[in-house]
Design a protein around this ligand. Sequence first.
Ligand code: ATP
Ligand code: MG
Length: 454
Amino acid sequence: MTTFADLGLPRSIVSVLSKQGITSPFPIQEAAIPDALAGKDILGRGPTGSGKTFTFGLPIIARLAGSGASKPARPRALILAPTRELAIQIQERLDEPANSMGLRVLAVVGGVNINHHIRQLARPVDILVATPGRAQDLVNQKKLSLSEVRLTALDEADQMADMGFLPQVKKLLDLTPRDAQRLLFSATLDGDVNKLVDRFMHNPVTHSTAPVQAAVDTMKHYLFYVGEREDRNKVVIRIGARDGKTIMFMRTKHGVDRQAKKLRRAGISAMGLHGDKGQNTRSTTLQGFADGSVSVLVATDIAARGIDVHDVSLVVHVDPPAEHKAYLHRAGRTARAGESGTVVTLVMNEQRDEVAKLIGKAGVDAQTVDISTDASPAYNRALAQITGAQAATGIPVPEPGAQPAKKPAAPNKQTRQTQANKRSSSSRNGQKRGRGASTSNKPSRSTNSRRRSQ
Ligand SMILES: Nc1ncnc2c1ncn2[C@@H]1O[C@H](COP(=O)(O)OP(=O)(O)OP(=O)(O)O)[C@@H](O)[C@H]1O
Ligand SMILES: [Mg+2]
């Protein structure tokens, strides 16, 4: 059996991995790590959840360790990722192995006060993980220089090469030395990356441990024919009430907000994640989903790529994705690292053709289940068997933070007394009633403590 040490990784990294229970390399790691350590440019494609982060991250750490020191604001490695959540996750995953080699990893992402990053860059940083926009802002303010970058990784490289990101990514890579090593990875690495390959890579080696479609063996796919929109909405609630972590994907931010609200109203601890939410909310939502306090994450495709939350057992495409690559990335939030998982696409009557084409392009084998009439006994049985769907409690779950404000004050002795005073004074005269009302508008003790904790 091959070990990480056999691949050429230093002992302290191997020991960090082993403490995390990670002892034998996954196929993409076995294939690509030796070449990355040898300094080659790599195009790497492995299925979702197959360990690509370590595949590019660990060789970066190993190659930087013991080969000079970094200066403030001048990282020696740059990793670009399309979303803030993904950049932060990469930083978190690489932090421990990097520290074990005496290296510092920093994530700089949008939505965080830039002065915070400027202060953090004032100390030497070895590996910078960034979303392109924030990296560019720091460069523009002359607080970041990429002139000493020796290694660059683009995670989700095909997305980084699409129209939304390409100009910015090119601009940033142009600021790195021409001979810097480049590592491009994705589960759906396709021709889109050629624009970057031609311009920035030197004789890249391709490592592909997956077909273009990048299907995962341990994943089961289902198409649920749900009938009309109203029928679909009922199904969504039943599925949301299942035990276990579920991600539901929607096409629009508005759809996310609406769906999360409906689920909470039905008694399900659901939270929405999309690009218009504040960064604090985005972080606490994902954190809550990871620690299990949020059972359903309702998200746009912002959560489709790279996000690695343990134990997500079901992914639901409530709205079908716009294209087949998005299907694969969304689906890949379950069945990670050899675990099993289920992926369900809810298909309304008018969506049948569209979804059939999409599934064909994605190259997955999906079983169709017709649950379009809830009169059929198969309806609940199929739903329950495949997804664990059950009836929701119907007891609304308020949005975090909203609960205490909406709750009436607990009828303790003091408030009972105030209410009694109010009643008696209002019955005596109108002026006093006003005073009583103003007393009750004073923040209660619980409101005060809430304010302090914000
Ligand atoms: N060799 C290994 N053995 C066991 N677990 C591993 C190994 N390598 C990585 N993992 C774990 O597998 C999970 C998935 O890894 P990672 O997030 O790197 O996948 P990925 O290939 O980047 O997926 P995606 O395409 O969705 O971004 C992580 O939780 C990671 O810690
Ligand atoms: Mg990844």
